[in-house]
Structures are given as structure tokens and as C-alpha cells.
Design a protein around this ligand. Structure first.
Ligand SMILES: Cc1cc2nc3c(=O)[nH]c(=O)nc-3n(C[C@H](O)[C@H](O)[C@H](O)COP(=O)(O)OP(=O)(O)OC[C@H]3O[C@@H](n4cnc5c(N)ncnc54)[C@H](O)[C@@H]3O)c2cc1C
Length: 507
């Protein structure tokens, strides 16, 4: 039964970090616009953006080895690392603006300084890390990176990882003091709290079943009230599909040509968590290793200090897994129902090409706790099974599409898909993810509201001083922004390796 009709300027589907960020940006740029949000769950930030569903790494390429690629001539290509870092600088500037304008009161509620490190063993990987360090530390964005092969130095940086370690060959690590741990769930909730105070109409328990273009060029959404079972119809001039893993189905339902030929492949994640304070206080870093051969890039193992609700814990993983669901709270039919006539060949080609990925995921699903502990012991040699529990993280739906590389290529990045007239946009993919939400949502704004950009530019520059500039081409700005964002976000705390001041402070 249809019993409700409404009209609004903007509809955001999904209450994750992406809709939270876009809604907040739009409220600053066009305060009079009416915005409505539909979320199928009971609160914001419950899917991938939830703090326990992702690793909370403020991805700035300070430690992720998969962002830097060794070229056939032996040189290291750092272009992706530079791009991701620039995007994170944009996020930090916007978050600083939110703190400065009291939209967020205490930055410690969502961000904390945690050094980012890369750690490798063996001759080949140590040589790679050294070359990578030499290339990156020359770049103005990565000033301050430290490198060491000295076990004593490593014992100081990562005492828990060095305890009882039998050193058989070369080991090496890099360290960036300026890394962060970000609680994207808390940030999402803070932003939705702000949006509701600004009269944004946020409706929970509402599942968007369908959307189609109305005769007047607006979009009409068919929305199911999951509490009453009633169907409602809502119209908006602009729709953002921020459904995370749920976005692909909605994009397909919109029928826009830009959404044709695209498929999705879900990869689930599992983490091991340790909350034993005796162990947690011995580690203060996010330490990324190298992905095992054949593993997808998002399976790079890492041992992370997490700070959630001002409490510290350690997270290790992710272990990949397979579930056909596109959302953690999704349906077992998600993968099956995403296959359409227009993406069938693309999906089949991807299936044939990614046999080794499928085999890897099956092998990961079959791992016992003891086998997962063995992987953890590469990081913490004396880790005890009783200190660690397994938790299920979020689903990542990787994009599959035909590219210059070939039919049915699996993509590991994020992509904004928008209609030619800018009336609808969707975000697909998962990586680098939440860390780059501000840049990605600015891209949505640039694509969908070009007619307002001139009028909005001054406000955008107030929120993001580097807007429109490539930081790499303005090295003088890098230090200035680094200092101002660190001050505003409370990231200046001196992190002393091992038993750090901040470990003691938070513990
Ligand atoms: C294991 C794992 C580790 C990760 N680690 C990191 C990390 O360390 N750093 C980082 O930056 N990023 C990380 N990410 C990625 C990051 O979590 C995501 O990119 C980000 O949270 C996506 O935000 P979102 O708003 O697009 O989606 P989500 O947070 O998933 O929100 C989508 C919302 O839409 C709702 N929804 C879906 N369909 C509908 C519908 N039809 N009707 C109504 N509502 C709907 C869902 O219920 C959900 O609340 C990780 C992800 C995973 C899975």
C-alpha cells in the first residue's frame, strides 16, 4: 500500500561514511537544500563504515606496500601512493574544518595518532623496502619516513613483534610517525547527528527497493518501511546511491547507460582481535606486511593498534573469505541477482580469469583458528590463541568491468558512476575507501553540480584550503597543512615507540 509521497532536493541512499560526507558538504554549500536519507538499518555507520567492520587505517600510503609497484627496470612507481596521500590530506583538511567550526567537538572521538609501519623479512622484500624508502623519502609528501634493518631499533619501534623472534635473515621496516587510526563508524555517527540537527530528514528501517526517472526529470524512489511493511514513494532532483555493497543493485535498477556492463564480486573479511591490556599496551603502530603470493591486494596482512571509544585493542588480518552477500546484513542471493544480460559476459570472463582468486578465497575460508594464529605469529611470534578472538568484518564488493586490459577485469579501487545529466551518482568499490571519502564526494559534487561550482568555490576553499591544487606541485603548502591539521585534529601527541606516552595516556 502506498501511503506517503514526498519531494525533496536531494536523496541520499544509505547512512554510511560516504552519504555522511556528501550530506555534510552539501549542507555547508547549500544550506537551504532539503535533504532526505533512507537507511535500511536502525542507525548510521552499521555496515562497512562501522569501526569493527574495517581496519580504521587512515590510508595515506605511509605503510601499504601494495600502493607502490616495482617496475621491470627496478625502479619503484609511487604514483598511486602520491594520489592516495593527496586524497587523505583533503580528508584531514575537511575534518579539521569540522572541528574548527564545532561541528565535531572532540577529534579524539574519531581520530588518533598511530605510527604507520611496513615490515618485511627476507632478502628480496628487504631490498624492495629499502628502494621504496629511498624513493618515497625524497618526495615532499613522505618527509620524515624512517628506515631500519637494525634489530635493536626494531625492538624499540615494535617490541611485541620482536619478542622471541628468531631472526634467520634480513628484516627491515619503515616508520612514519604521522600515521592515524580513524574510527569511521564514530565519524559517520557524529556527522549524521550534525545533519539531523540541521533538519536533514534521516529515515531508518527504510529499504530503497527501486528507483526510476519521473516525467519531470526527477527521480522517484520506491521505499519500503521495514517496520510497517508499507511502501512509500519519494522524489528528488538529485539522488546519491551510497549503499556500499548495496549500490550495484540500485545502480542497475536506475537503468542509466553508465551503469551497464558492470558487475560485482564480494570479498568478505575476518579479523583477529586482542583486548588483553597486557599485550595491547606493548604495541603502538599499524604494521603492514606483504600480501602472500596470489592474494588480492586487500589481503595484505597487518597488525593494528585500534582506538575505539577511547579504548585500545589490537587487530590482525584481514583474512579473506567468500560469501555471496553484498552487504554484511545482505542476502545470499545478492551475487546471483546482480548478474544481468548486460553484464553476463563480463561476469563469465571474470569467473574464468579469476580462478586463482576463487581458489585463494576458498583456502582462506577453510582456515582453522590455529592456522590463522600461525599467520599472526609471523607478526607476534609468541601470540597465544586464548588472547585472540575472530570477528567478521564488512563485505567489499569489487567492481568487475571490461577495460583496456580485457573483458571481465576485477578492479580494486573505487569508482563514481554518474548519469550524463548529473541527476544521479553511485559509488562502487571499496578501496582505499573511507579515508578518501572527502575527495570522492567532491568528485560527485564536481560531476553532478558543475553549474554551482563557481559560486561554491570560496566555501570549498575555506573547508579545504588545497582545493584545486596538486600538493605535489606546492611543497610549501604540505608542511603548512600538515602542521595545521595535526594541531586541529590533536595529532601532535608525541608517540614514543614501545611504551608510548599515548599508550599510557589512553590505557
Ligand atoms: C574488511 C574491510 C577493511 C577495511 N579497511 C579500511 C581501512 O582500514 N581504511 C579505510 O579507509 N577503509 C577501509 N575499508 C573500506 C571502508 O570501510 C568503506 O570504503 C566505507 O566504509 C564505505 O562506506 P559507504 O558509505 O560507501 O558504505 P557503508 O558503510 O557500507 O554504508 C552503506 C549503507 O547503505 C545501506 N544500504 C544499502 N542498500 C540500501 C538500500 N537498498 N536501501 C537503504 N539503505 C541501503 C546499508 O545498510 C549501509 O548502512 C575497509 C572495508 C572492509 C570491508
Amino acid at each position: 500500500m502506498s501511503n506517503q509521497h514526498s519531494r525533496t532536493d536531494v536523496i541520499l541512499i544509505g547512512a554510511g561514511i560516504m552519504s555522511a560526507t556528501l550530506g555534510t558538504l552539501l549542507k555547508e554549500l547549500a544550506p537551504d537544500w532539503e535533504i532526505t536519507v533512507f537507511e535500511r538499518l536502525s542507525r548510521p555507520g552499521e555496515e562497512s563504515s562501522n569501526e569493527w567492520n574495517n581496519a580504521g587505517t587512515g590510508h595515506a600510503s605511509l605503510c601499504e606496500l601494495n600502493y607502490t609497484v616495482e617496475q621491470p627496470d627496478g625502479s619503484i612507481d609511487i604514483s598511486k601512493a602520491v594520489k592516495v596521500n593527496e586524497e587523505f590530506q583533503v580528508s584531514k583538511q575537511f575534518w579539521s574544518y569540522l572541528v574548527q567550526s564545532k561541528i565535531i567537538e572532540n577529534p579524539r572521538d574519531f581520530i588518533a595518532p598511530v605510527p604507520h609501519m611496513s615490515f618485511v623479512q627476507g632478502e628480496q622484500d628487504s631490498a624492495f623496502l629499502k628502494k621504496r624508502y629511498e624513493t618515497m623519502s625524497r618526495h615532499p609528501l613522505f618527509q620524515g619516513m624512517e628506515y631500519s634493518e637494525d634489530p635493536d631499533q626494531l625492538r624499540e619501534w615494535i617490541p611485541l613483534m620482536m619478542q622471541d623472534r628468531i631472526i634467520k635473515g634480513p628484516i627491515a621496516a619503515t616508520r612514519m610517525e604521522s600515521g592515524t587510526d580513524v574510527n569511521f563508524g564514530a565519524l559517520t555517527r557524529l556527522l549524521f547527528g550534525h545533519l539531523q540537527r540541521k533538519q536533514v530528514n534521516v529515515q531508518y528501517h527504510r529499504h530503497v527497493d527501486d528507483l526510476k526517472r519521473a516525467g519531470d526529470g526527477s527521480w522517484e524512489l520506491k521505499v519500503r518501511n521495514l517496520q510497517t511493511g508499507e511502501t512509500e514513494y519519494h522524489r528528488a532532483k538529485f539522488v546519491f546511491i551510497g549503499g556500499g555493497g548495496g549500490s550495484l543493485h540500485l545502480l542497475q535498477k536506475s537503468g542509466i547507460p553508465e551503469g551497464k556492463g558492470i558487475g560485482g564480486f564480494p570479498v568478505s573479511g575476518l579479523f583477529m582481535v586482542c583486548k588483553n591490556p597486557e599485550i595491547v599496551t606493548q604495541h603502538h603502530a599499524k604494521v603492514y606486511g606483504k600480501a602472500p603470493v596470489g592474494a588480492p591486494p586487500m589481503s595484505v596482512p597487518h597488525l593494528d593498534t585500534r582506538i575505539i571509544d577511547h579504548e585500545r585493542s589490537l587487530l590482525f588480518g584481514p583474512f579473506a573469505g567468500f560469501s555471496p552477500k553484498f552487504l554484511k546484513a545482505g542476502s545470499m542471493l545478492d551475487l546471483f541477482t546482480s548478474v544481468k544480460l548486460h553484464n553476463l559476459l563480463t561476469m563469465l570472463a571474470a569467473g574464468v580469469k579469476n580462478f586463482s582468486l576463487t581458489a585463494y578465497l576458498i583456502q582462506q575460508v577453510m582456515l582453522t583458528k590455529e592456522q590463522r594464529m600461525e599467520a599472526l605469529r609471523e607478526f607476534i611470534p609468541n601470540a597465544r590463541s586464548e588472547d585472540w578472538e575472530l570477528i567478521v568484518a564488512g563485505q567489499r564488493v569489487q567492481i568487475i568491468k571490461d577495460t583496456a586490459v580485457g573483458r571481465g577485469t576485477l578492479q580494486f579501487g573505487t569508482e563514481v558512476i554518474s548519469a550524463a545529466d548529473g541527476s544521479i551518482a553511485a559509488l562502487l568499490g571499496a578501496s582505499p575507501g573511507a579515508s578518501t571519502a572527502v575527495s570522492v564526494m567532491l568528485e560527485v559534487i564536481q560531476r553532478c553540480f558543475p553549474q554551482y561550482l563557481k559560486a561554491w568555490e570560496e566555501k570549498i576553499v575555506e573547508m579545504i584550503p588545497s582545493y584545486g591544487l596538486k600538493l605535489t606541485e606546492h611543497p610549501e603548502l604540505i608542511q603548512e597543512l600538515h602542521e595545521s591539521t595535526a594541531r586541529m585534529l590533536g595529532l601532535e601527541a608525541e608517540a614514543v615507540p614501545g611504551q608510548t606516552a599515548s599508550v599510557q595516556q589512553e590505557a
